[in-house]
Design a protein around this ligand. Structure first.
Ligand SMILES: [Fe+2]
Length: 274
């Protein structure tokens, strides 16, 4: 291949987004001055484009982080209304991350699982005071209707954030069950995407291993037995077993109480009951 043909091939690669150092080889003495001069200019242009692309990617990542931080701040607002949800989103995000990683998912899929887990209950911000303040296990039809709406409300809140991608669907489907008895849409089997399936498992697990108004935190044996009972009709049996192994090996998630340092004598924050 002569120098001019090589030069053309390199320029075509660069214009297609493939940045290789082949262009630099054309700057050596064995090529005629015209080829060398063009190759140097194109090489310099390539380095500048790469630099700008890197800066742009970095800015995009920073933007995503800031948006997520903002959403988390809003989600934490929920825990001021309902102290039992304090830390729940963050723990569910971390459990989702761990399960997705153990299942061998890609880094993008793991990120999506983590974000969906963190934000999955954000729609509960729409709950009425009456429902939030209810500490009974019994709820009337009106409260039940509200509860069944929260995945859809969460999806509505987040759907303008396109970069969340499949996380949006996981938020909407985290209470769907394999046998079709879940909500909000009564999806069945494969209609429920893997992201929502892992979310529903870790959501149940965190709910039963932390103190709630209606129950004390369960130990591993009891929690695993409940997950296995739900595996099949409700939860994905394969994912349940993988998650149990993950918890047996790496234990529970503990997250910092973001509000404990904000408490003052004059305005105490609501606290979890034992
Ligand atoms: Fe939920």
């Amino acid at each position: 291949m002569d120098g001019l043909t090589q030069l053309l091939a390199c320029i075509q690669d660069i214009s297609g987004g493939t940045y290789s150092n082949d262009i630099m080889e054309l700057t050596s003495d064995k090529y005629d001055p015209f080829i060398r001069e063009v190759a140097e200019s194109v090489g310099l242009m390539m380095v500048r484009i790469e630099g700008r692309e890197f800066a742009l990617e970095q800015a995009n990542e920073d933007l995503k982080c800031n948006i997520i931080a903002t959403i988390k701040a809003v989600a934490r607002g929920l825990s001021l209304r309902d102290p039992y949800t304090r830390g729940h989103g963050e723990r569910v995000g971390k459990y989702s991350d761990r399960l997705a990683r153990r299942l061998g998912w890609s880094e993008d899929e793991i990120w999506t699982a983590h974000v969906a887990g963190t934000l999955h209950d954000i729609g509960k911000i729409g709950f009425s005071d009456r429902l939030i303040q209810n500490e009974d296990t019994k709820v009337d039809a009106e409260m039940l209707a509200e509860i069944r709406q929260h995945p859809e409300w969460g999806h509505c809140m987040l759907r303008g954030l396109d970069f969340l991608g499949p996380a949006l669907e996981s938020v909407r489907s985290h209470h769907e069950r394999l046998d079709g008895t879940g909500y909000p849409n009564g999806l069945k089997g494969d209609e429920i995407k893997p992201g929502a399936r892992i979310l529903s498992i870790v959501d149940v697990f965190d709910a039963i291993t932390t103190n709630r108004s209606y129950q004390d935190a369960m130990n591993f044996d009891k929690a695993f037995s409940i997950l296995r009972k739900l595996a099949g009709p409700s939860l994905d049996p394969e994912f349940v077993e993988v998650f149990i192994v993950e918890i047996e090996e790496n234990g529970l998630e503990v997250v910092e109480d973001n509000f404990s340092t904000c408490t003052t004598q004059s305005s105490p924050l609501p606290s979890n009951k034992k």
